[in-house]
Design a protein around this ligand. Structure first.
Ligand SMILES: NC(=O)c1ccc[n+]([C@@H]2O[C@H](COP(=O)([O-])OP(=O)(O)OC[C@H]3O[C@@H](n4cnc5c(N)ncnc54)[C@H](OP(=O)(O)O)[C@@H]3O)[C@@H](O)[C@H]2O)c1
Length: 428
């Protein structure tokens, strides 16, 4: 039986999951692919760290010497994270004819194109399924099952931490900061959660998905990013009352030869399939011109789901080694990402105003003069002479929306523009 020798960099959450999966399912995998997978060595940062290994025999494979790792392996699995060090190891592997599998979204979003070109140059494989949505095989779907379609749009709940926080706010009336504390206590948020809550993690993932779906490289700096830290319980309550829920979505659409790529909180109708994806779960909703709508759902992170994607990539690599039938960069187009201000969206606006006659007429007139048309208006409680007005607009040019907000802010009867959140609804 053929033996494939692998090296692993990183034995943290994901690396331990990979080791456990390969240990527990080795017989099944061997029978399925008629090949034995031999782990030759595992590179870690701190060799003397105490570790809970799935079997004590793996202790002898640990090394902190990259030369030992790279000695006589066919495939490298990189699950250490970081950009520069991981990139150095991956480039070394590719240049030396070693196939690579990585879960590193930061590296792939920033340098995926160049690394795929390097892999092609050296005729080796580079796969990265686990870099987006952990255990959900979304990259494989886009690359293979959707090949016959023009993908028209992708909407994704791509970050489990923020989805958990929003779910807790909605279901248990927690404030954003209380929900964040609970997410940290449960290990769903890091001690420095900025990458998750400000949308940067989701931005890298949507950049990767958009590049795959629209066959064009997406510079990460072109992705418009807003996080959830300004979302209040009040907005969550209004959303529910109006028939919506708030989700942090990664969105990518192609229109008129441009790509719209962004991450921001969005009101979606309660009837939308993504509205029911709660807690730490991820989901991606895609529309293809022939397939129509389709959605995948599952664990977007965690040791075992992520290991499932990595081992899937490992088996795909092994199966294509002989034929050299590898997929490299699929970006054969050069589409530009449209400036978000030039794109069109519907908006939810919540503002505090003086409770006096004529205020609504003044607001409508300002919106009217900026071509912002109102879909629905709700005027709420009057407290100490102030009323709360909630509006949803039809689709408007984003620059017009923000210009009208600037003018509204200068009206003395407007006390505060409390929230401006995009709405994704075919009806509005
Ligand atoms: N966690 C998830 O659910 C998840 C999901 C999808 C993708 N990912 C991606 O998977 C990668 C790994 O994430 P993780 O959560 O498993 O990270 P982690 O728990 O922090 O583990 C990182 C591992 O890398 C090792 N390492 C760090 N720097 C190193 C260096 N310079 N040389 C050699 N080894 C080094 C560490 O060694 P020591 O053990 O000695 O400290 C540790 O074993 C990241 O790219 C992440 O974005 C993670």
């Amino acid at each position: 039986m053929r033996v494939i020798k692998i090296g692993i960099i990183g034995l943290g959450t994901v690396g331990s999951g990979v080791l456990t999966l390969l240990h527990k399912n080795s017989e099944l995998i061997k029978q399925r692919i008629n090949c034995e997978i031999l782990i030759k060595s595992i590179l870690v940062n701190n060799i003397s760290k105490k570790r809970q290994l799935v079997h004590s025999a793996y202790q002898s494979l640990l090394t902190d010497n990259p030369d030992t790792l790279f000695n006589d392996i066919d495939i490298l699995i990189e699950v250490m994270g970081t950009i520069d060090v991981a990139r150095k190891h991956i480039e070394y592997a590719l240049k030396n004819g070693i196939h690579v599998i990585t879960a590193n979204k930061d590296l792939i979003a920033l340098h995926g194109g160049e690394l795929l070109d390097l892999a092609k140059k050296h005729q080796v494989s580079l796969l990265f399924e686990a870099s987006v949505c952990g255990g959900i095989p979304i990259i494989d779907m886009i690359r293979n099952s959707f090949q016959g379609n023009h993908i028209e749009s992708i909407l994704g709940i791509l970050n489990g931490t923020t989805n958990f926080i929003l779910t807790l706010m909605e279901r248990e009336n927690k404030s954003f900061s209380d929900a964040l504390v609970i997410a940290k206590e449960l290990g769903y948020a890091e001690s420095d959660p900025v990458n998750d809550i400000e949308g940067y993690d989701a931005a890298r993932k949507i950049a990767i998905l958009a590049a795959m779906a629209f066959n064009t490289r997406i510079p990460i700096g072109d992705v418009h990013v807003e996080g959830i830290s300004k979302i209040t319980l009040c907005d969550i309550t209004y959303a529910k009352e109006l028939g919506y829920t708030i989700k942090l979505l990664g969105m990518a659409k192609e229109k008129d030869g441009f790509i719209k790529v962004q991450v921001n909180p969005v009101f979606i109708p309660l009837s939308h399939p993504l509205a029911n994806i709660n807690g730490v779960f991820n989901g991606v909703y895609l529309e293809g011109d022939f397939l129509g709508p389709s959605m995948v759902y599952g664990h977007g992170a965690g040791a075992f789901p992520t290991a499932s994607s990595i081992v899937g990539d490992l088996i795909s690599t092994i199966n294509s080694i002989d034929s050299k039938n590898f997929t490299w960069c699929t970006c054969f187009r050069d589409l530009k990402v449209k400036d978000v201000l030039q794109t069109h969206s519907s908006f939810y606006i919540r503002m505090t105003v003086d409770d006096q006659p004529g205020v609504l007429a003044s607001i409508s007139s300002i919106f009217g003069s900026h071509n912002v048309s109102i879909y629905s208006v709700v005027q709420k409680k009057s407290i100490e002479g102030h009323a709360e007005i909630v509006m949803i607009t039809h689709k408007v040019r984003e620059s017009s929306m923000y210009d009208s907000i600037t003018v509204l802010k200068s009206l003395h009867v407007i006390k505060k523009i409390d929230s401006v959140i995009r709405v994704e609804d075919e009806q509005s």
